[in-house]
Design a protein around this ligand. Structure first.
Ligand SMILES: NC(=O)c1ccc[n+]([C@@H]2O[C@H](COP(=O)([O-])OP(=O)(O)OC[C@H]3O[C@@H](n4cnc5c(N)ncnc54)[C@H](OP(=O)(O)O)[C@@H]3O)[C@@H](O)[C@H]2O)c1
Length: 251
């Protein structure tokens, strides 16, 4: 049993790696920071292979697939991602495009390549880490929110195709609200609300993935938020989201 986890050097990805190892999975862990991956390998009891990759490059995504494909992967966790915060007319284009490459295109590429292999053997799990940001418009974090909507909708669409084709392949999206990781430091913001621990999110997520849940939302607060985001008009949700994001500035 083997799992490939991207963005395993920190936060949610690192704890999903720990959780899957506890369940007996050997791991392939990927990220840019090799020292972090080596430290994770030291503490893990099952077999761990490290493949460093910068997933903002499409050829790096292809290389990761080529290096991992021969290993009979059972689970792919597309977790690598980050946010670029700020008003859309002020954020840097190059920085945002790089984010979109990681958040959208690496997920798209790896999902497609591994899905084909999983369909051939009629088994496998793909967990795409989206966000509760994918449920709504995100002023002041607009392209990050939109990137997560892409991941969520892509995943839901594929899920239905798999169901209709009667495949025994799982695909699902993890949609957490705030989680206490390095996400905020990278984005240069602080949460206005209490974040969940990555350990809790990982444990909950892996349990839900194995139970076949398509959209995984850890924590009661985000479940309620999702419920209201569905009921209220987008214009109202956008206003509320603006208020929340505005509160993060300057902290
Ligand atoms: N924390 C939250 O509140 C929250 C909420 C909802 C969704 N999420 C999502 O959860 C996922 C994990 O984030 P996190 O909260 O755990 O943040 P984190 O602690 O900052 O971890 C992000 C991971 O992504 C990797 N990564 C970033 N850019 C990369 C690149 N160009 N190539 C390869 N790997 C890259 C990082 O590894 P290296 O830097 O070593 O490459 C790191 O392992 C992201 O997709 C994020 O959008 C987070």
């Amino acid at each position: 049993m083997k799992a490939l986890i991207t963005g395993a050097s920190s936060g949610i990805g690192r704890d999903i790696a720990r959780e899957l190892s506890k369940r007996g999975y050997d791991l392939i862990i990927s990220a840019r920071r090799e020292d972090r991956l080596l430290a994770l390998r030291e503490e893990i009891k099952t077999d761990v292979r490290i493949i460093t990759a910068d997933l903002s490059g499409r050829e790096e995504c292809m290389r990761l697939y080529e290096e991992a494909r021969g290993e009979d992967i059972d689970i792919l966790v597309n977790n690598a991602g980050y946010g670029v915060f700020g008003a859309f007319d002020e954020t840097e284009l190059a920085q945002e495009i790089s984010m979109l490459d990681v958040n959208i295109f690496s997920v798209h590429i790896l999902t497609k390549l591994f899905l084909k292999d999983f369909i051939k053997k009629n088994s496998g799990y793909i967990l795409n880490v989206a966000s509760s940001a994918g449920f709504m418009p995100g002023p002041l974090f607009a392209s990050y929110y939109a990137s997560k909507a892409y991941v969520l909708r892509l995943t839901q669409g594929i899920r239905e195709e798999l169901k209709k084709a009667g495949r025994s392949v799982y695909i699902g999206a993890l949609c957490p609200g705030p989680v206490n990781t390095e996400f905020n430091d990278t984005a240069g913001v602080q949460f206005g609300m209490h974040g969940l621990s990555p350990e809790y999110v990982a444990e909950y997520t892996v349990k839900k993935m194995f139970s076949g849940k398509t959209v995984i939302v850890p924590g009661a607060v985000m479940k309620v938020t999702r419920f209201f985001a569905k009921l209220l008009p987008d214009s109202v949700v956008a206003k509320m989201a603006y208020g929340i994001q505005k509160g993060k500035q300057g902290k």
